[in-house]
Structure formats: structure tokens, C-alpha cells
Write a new protein. Sequence first.
Length: 686
Amino acid sequence: MKITQNAFLLLFLFLNGAIQAQDMKTGFQQLEKGDFAQAEVFFETILKEYPQNKTAQLCYARALGLNNQPEKALDHFIELKEAFPGDLEIELNYAEALLWNKKFEPAKLFYHTLVANNPTNFVAHLGYANTLSNLKEYPEALNQVNKALDLSPGNPGALTSRKYIKLGYANQNLNQKLYDQAEAYYEEILIDFPEDKETLLNKANLYLITKNIPKAKKTYAVLAKNNPIVALNGLSLIEHLAGKNKKALETATTATKKIPENSPASLQKQTQERYVQALIWNKKYKAATTKIDTLKTQYQDENWLLALAATLAIYKSNFKESIGHYGAILAKDSTSFDGNLGIANAYYASGEVQHALDAVAQTLVVFKDQNDAVQFLKKIKEEYTPVIEQKFSYAYDNGKNTAKAAQTNISIPLAIQWSLQSSYQYREAENTITKASAKTNDFWVGVDYNFHPKITYTFKAGVTAANSSNNRYNQTLIHTFFKMKPLKLQDLEIGFKREMQSFNADLIDKKIATNNYYLNYNLSTNFNFGWFTQYFFTNQTDNNSRNLLFTSFYYNFMSNPVLKGGFNYQYIAFKNRIPLDYFSPKKFHAVEVFLEVLKDEKIAKPKSWFYHANLATGFQFIEDNDRQWTYRIQTKLGYKFSDRLLANIYGINSNIASVSVAGFTYTEIGLRLKWNLFEKPIFELK
């Protein structure tokens, strides 16, 4: 909240003193022009000759206060107030001195008495309004500034004060998510100050928060009339938020080319900053690095440059480097928003959740109710909130096998490191030709333990109870694995899983347990290519064994939504061929090309859709037989009802033989519900 200098007060002092001290005209002019240091010296000299001159004493005290010496000014006004009790002119200056010293509560009490005793005094009402605004008591602040304007219609100082009161009130509404009220205040300000830059920027920020891209663009279009470079910088960010990063870079590039050489340094920096950000958004990391190095020769290690380097490091998954840059920012300015929230994000990305929580808590101490920090904390809390997931599915193939299943999964985080897991699945399978049928009940319980930011261990144990046409049995189930990030942009999972062959009723009846030793490895890159590999070695209780290798090489065409495509290869080899029981070739190869599009449910906003589609086609080679054309279609469509509830339907259709026999087609459809049981974790996040 800005407190305007009361030019009307200076005019009052000038008129008051002109009668008695014409030789003080120079000092009055210095005060009016803002030459406070010179005015201080001038009136100090006057007081040496006329120490009792009230006007000179007032002006000297004002010069002190306006020359960054508010404590000395207040001391002088206290002395004057005692020397001239009840003098309105001194009381008004004393009240303003309280504001200079940020003594808002005492100022509030004093102004309350002033306006009660002087209901027609313009200065008293305006000072009271400014005081209340600093205390964020905006409704009464508006009431007081409107009274001041009733006394002096159209007064520029009062209109400016009302502008900042409304800006503060709008920001308060913004933090409380009262977006319509905030927008209304911006509109009111623009009536008093058409095309006001500060108001338009705040209004555009409102639309960015609410993701109202069309209104944000309209606001920047108005801003562009008088501030074209500022508007281009804003429009670049809008294009990024709309998922149009190429357009964002084009807009930022235009701004760097059009900015006049004599532009303010702050605008020069803002424009260069947006340009580098746009390079990063487009994964042009080499160009961004070069530009940052060039800017360092001019600006050294200013915080905004360190923030850019930290952002670049995050995008390149150099989290330690990013944390170092943000730490350097905070070492120079502990109240930096970029430093506080930036290091919170960097810690979270590196898996150091507790450090991230500490950093976002500090951010909210410095920037109370700041929307980005609030949303970041909310995201962490959602991750550690108990969740229940319910699935229903129906599957069938052209061998007349059908299966119905219902599965319930529950996850209960007990701490940042610990989480309990449990699941139950009921499944009915039958074959309408052979009349074989079977039912299974699977129970699982387990625990996840994150004993290192980059390593998580999971152990789950359970039992399956099967009841088939010719058999009834119970079997132990085990699933244990490590998930880790051995190096940057790499994910590795190593595990063991014991399960039962349960693709159809006949297999359930045969009571075949499989012991799977497996490895999943994914390598991402900073240039959009990726590689995923999966290997299984399986020992079975029927004395058979299997080797399975799946590998996928892909390219990311887009990131929001995700669009990627590539090539898959699969190899399967069984020790023994047992074709009458299950598909068990000595040698099986499959190659395919695929295209995948994804809008992840994790990034979907409440009351919005999410989706996933994977289309693949290729050929399979079963032992020495001729190649066979294959296809695979996987789709998912869901809706996020709120932060806590979502649902989706899905479908799978394939003719690949790796899960059954050659010449078959398989179809599965299902429904899934996911619900966060509570609004926050059951343990305290500190």
C-alpha cells in the first residue's frame, strides 16, 4: 500500500507561513519538489535564527520524515504537539508521522479521534483511509477515502489513495479465491484511471490464476496501447500456459527485438528473462545456457539470473544444481519469492520432501496466502492423503473365455517415509464351450518404505483362494521390489513377484504358480528421446520357465498433452512347449510402431476431463511360422469431479498372441473410481 505525499498539506503550510516568513519560500519549494535533504538543511538554518517559528519547526520535521528519518520527525512532532496542544495542523502532521514510522495501530486510534472532532477535514479522512489500508481494513478504508472525496471531489491524491486501497482489497479477495469480487475492484479502478498499467497487470494476473486465457489476452491487448513490451512479455507467458510453447518463444523473441534501447533497466531485464524462460519451455537448453552466460557478463549474479539458471537446472533434472542456485538467492535475500518457492520445488523434484515442506512453509510466512505456494503445499498433502480405488472390469476373447472382476485398493500413508497398502480382488472366469469355470479371491497387504530420496522399497504379501470346476486351493502371493533413480533421468525397478496363472478358467484349474524375477528400466533425455526396457525370468511350478524381453524406443513430440510415438520389440522363449495348456512358444518375436496421447489425471484440474490412448500395429513371428499382422488399442477417458474424486472408463482390444494363443482377439472394458478419503493426511506434515 502506497501512502501518497499530501501536497495539500504542504500548500496549507505554505499559505500559513507566507504571512509571517516570506524568506521561507525557497524551503517550501524544495519540499514540494521533493528535495527533502536540501529542505532539511534550509529549515535547520532558519530555526537557528527563529527557533520558536512554528511553521519552520513543522517544515523541518516534515523534511526529516520525508528524508528517511521518520523516528527523528516523530520526536519533533511529539514535542510540537506538547507545545501546541489542540493545534489541528500539528496533530495532522503528527498522525502522518506515525504512518511514516509504520505505527499503524496508534495512528488508527489517533485518526479515529481526529475525524470524530473534525468531520469536514479532508486531510484527516484521507490519512485515516491510508492508515486503515495499511492495516488491511479495506471496507472502512474505502469508506474514509470516499468521505475525503466527498469533501474534495476529484482530488488527485485521494483518487490515488483509493486506487491502492482497491488494489489491496482486490488482492485480499484474490488470496481468498473471491475472483469475481477482485475483478470488480479492478474494473472500478479503471474507471478512475483508464488503461492504468498497474491495474491492468494485476487484472491480467487474476486471469492467469483462473486460467481465463481469452480475458488475459484481451487485458494485455489494452495494456499494449501504452506498454507494448510489457504486453508481449505477458502474452508469452499466456501462450506457455495455453500449451503453445512455440508461440510463446516467438512472442518473447519479438519483445527482445522491439524493446527500445532507452527502456528502463527493469523492463530490459524482464524481457530478457521471459525470452530465456521461453527457450527453456521449448527445451532449447543449449541456447538458454548461452544466453544466461551472456547476460551474466552484464548483470553478474543478480537474483533474477540465478533464478533462470535454477529453472534451467530443474528442467534438465540437475536438482542439486538448482538447489544451489536458489540457495545463493536466499543468501542475498531471505525474503525472495523466487528463492523460497523455487527451492521448495527443487527439493520436491529431488525427492527431499521434508526440505520442500520446510521451504514452502517459509514461503507462506513471508508471503501469506500466496496462491502458488498454497497450491504447491496442497499438492504435497494430496500425495500423502489416504486413498481408495475401486475397479470393475469385464473381459472376453474369441476362444469364448469371459472374466468379471472387482478390485479394491487402499493406500494409507503414515508418514513421509511409510505407507500401508492393501487390496482385494474377486474374479469369476468361465469358458462357454468347455463349461469350465473358476472363482478367485485375492488378498494383499503391504508396506512402502522410502529410506532415501531416490530409493523406495515395497513388500506385499497375500493369498489367493481359488475354487474351480475341478479344484479348490489356497496359494501364497508375494510382490517385493525396489524403485530407484540411479542416475539423472533414469528410473530402475528390480523385483520379485509370485502369482498364479489366472488368464482363464482352465489355467486357474491347473494351479500353476509363477515366480517372476524382473527388471524395469527407463532412460529419458533432454532431447525428447526415451528408452524403456523390461526383462522377466519366470520359473513355474509345472517345471516350465520363461524369458521375456520388452523394449521400447520413443520420441516425445509434445508435453502438454503428452504425444509420443516409437517402436516396440518383444521376445518370449519358454523352456518347454505346452500348447494344450497355455501359449508357450520356444521362440516368439513381435515388432510394432505405436502412437500415444496422454492428459494425465494428476495434472487435470477439478471439473475437467483426462484421457489416454495408445495405438499400435506391427507383426508377430511365432517360432518358424509366417509373420502375422497385429494391432493393439488401449483407451481411457475420465473426469475429475473435484480434488478428491475422479472416475474413468477404459478399454483394451488386441490380437497379439503373447498373452494367449495365435489367432485370438482379446477385449477388456472397465470402470475405475478413485477417492481421497480425507482432505489432508492423517499424520502431521511438519
